[in-house]
Write a protein that binds this ligand. Structure first.
Ligand code: GDP
Length: 420
């Protein structure tokens, strides 16, 4: 990997429309066949010589992994273009896609939507576009795939483009933020080179469109939010909370506050990789020391922020959730454990305010009696113990959570508003 800027990219779309094939094609065209694929098939690879991997060979190996049930599947593969290092984050179909996407474990910056030219918009196309919008995907590149199966027909391409635009309008996704490309992942048309088969198309090819995506902005302008992972006592220094800076900057000399423990003090030292540093930025894992704050004053799950703009503590909060794996139904009064940043707190579903239609984003039902798998809903939640959490519209990194019960993730969601 180079030191180019990094992007998390989601590949979304209906089953069988060609997501895996497109990922294989991108890895192949950018010379990024993953190490473990090469390792597992070293002999065979050597036999094939140094001339590089044939596309089919890459695909065979990815397919083989899939058959063996390797969970990483096409997720977490990496490739580089001139502008960016891309990490492909979980693709729909992958078991934990929704959970990971929502909890930000692998928050995608932008997405490629794959729609087969011979099949058009299908239910999962709708569902994934709805999720992408709800979860705040920046831009969408729409690859109208399998153009080879429709004889590279401009008419068929345009029809699919219209269908997709209509869908984007339905979920109020700004079509300005979407670009459309006729491709064949299988044949390689308009992926790394402009194809002769689509002479009627003169827009960007896929790798160009990927290069032209907006750069993700590091959240340095947002207020400091540093969820505490652990609290240590280190001789000679004292109490050292550790965690990862999610947003903002932590400077020595800053006055900071820990919530919900509600203690504050001045930052004396900040350490990263065992070295003292003057400040830490988003993504940095740090240990730090705050004057007057002892080991028993703070705990895991606290969030550190500026003393004059402290993290909010929710009396109740309203959230949009998606139910994924609940054995029966969720009703008012249900009290599972919420996992938000480093906190784990039992929370009660105080009311189910509305059910949302996942394909349109419209309200499907006011105050439903229950919700179940596949439902999206707006709910009001009451934490049973103080919990620091923020509206995802203000600080996305602190505004998402997973709901767990019976040893599994049963739902995930984003915070809409907080009542302090
Ligand atoms: P996914 O379920 O979206 O990941 O779809 P796959 O990548 O597994 O593709 C489903 C099927 O469509 C496979 O048999 C692929 O070989 C085939 N396929 C994918 N892309 C193309 C394409 O551009 N042209 C043609 N003819 N077939 C394709």
């Amino acid at each position: 990997m180079s030191d180019e800027q990094h992007q998390n990219l989601a590949i979304i779309g209906h089953v069988d429309h060609g997501k895996s094939t497109l990922v294989g094609r991108l890895l192949y065209e950018t010379g990024s066949v993953p190490e473990h694929v090469i390792e597992q098939h070293k002999e065979e690879a050597e036999e094939k010589g140094k001339g590089g991997f044939e596309f089919a060979y890459v695909m065979d190996n990815l397919a083989e992994e899939r058959e063996r049930g390797v969970t990483i599947d096409i997720a977490h593969q990496e490739f580089s273009t001139d502008t960016y290092d891309f990490t492909i984050v979980d693709c729909p179909g992958h078991r934990d896609f929704v959970k990971n996407m929502i909890t930000g474990a692998s928050q995608a910056d932008n997405a490629v939507l794959v729609v087969a030219a011979d099949d058009g918009v299908q239910p999962q196309t709708q569902e994934h576009v709805f999720l992408a919008r709800t979860l705040g995907i920046g831009e969408l590149i729409v690859g109208v795939n399998k153009m080879d199966l429709v004889d590279y027909s401009e008419g068929d391409y345009k029809q699919v483009v219209e269908e997709v635009k209509e869908l984007l309008n339905q979920v109020r996704f700004d079509t300005e933020d979407a670009s459309f490309i006729p491709i064949s992942a299988f044949e390689g048309d308009n992926i790394a080179e402009a194809s002769d088969n689509t002479g009627w198309y003169d827009g960007d090819i896929l790798l160009e469109a990927l290069n032209n995506l907006p750069a993700p902005e590091p959240p340095t302008d947002a207020p400091l939010r540093l969820p505490i992972q652990d609290v240590y006592t280190i001789s000679g220094i004292g109490t050292v909370p550790v965690g990862r800076v999610e947003t903002g900057i932590l400077n020595t000399g800053d006055n900071v506050s820990f919530q919900p423990s509600d203690v504050s003090g001045e930052v004396k030292t900040v350490e990263m990789h065992h070295e003292e540093v003057p400040k830490a930025e988003p993504g940095d894992n740090v240990g730090f020391n705050v004057r007057g704050v002892g080991k028993d004053d703070i705990r895991r799950g606290d969030v550190c922020g500026p003393a004059d703009d402290p993290p909010s503590v929710a009396e109740t909060f309203q959230a949009q959730i998606v139910v994924m794996q609940h054995p029966s139904v969720i009703t008012e009064g249900y009290t599972p454990v919420f996992h938000a940043h480093t906190a784990q707190v039992a929370c009660t579903v105080e009311s189910i305010d509305k059910k949302i239609d996942p394909s349109s984003g419209e309200v499907a039902e006011e105050n439903p009696d229950f919700i179940q798998n596949g439902d999206a809903a707006v709910v009001t939640i009451r934490p049973q113990k103080p919990l620091s959490i923020e509206p995802s519209g203000e600080i996305p990194e602190l505004g998402s959570f997973a709901i767990r019960d019976m040893g599994q993730t049963i739902a995930a969601g984003k915070v809409l508003s907080v009542n302090e």
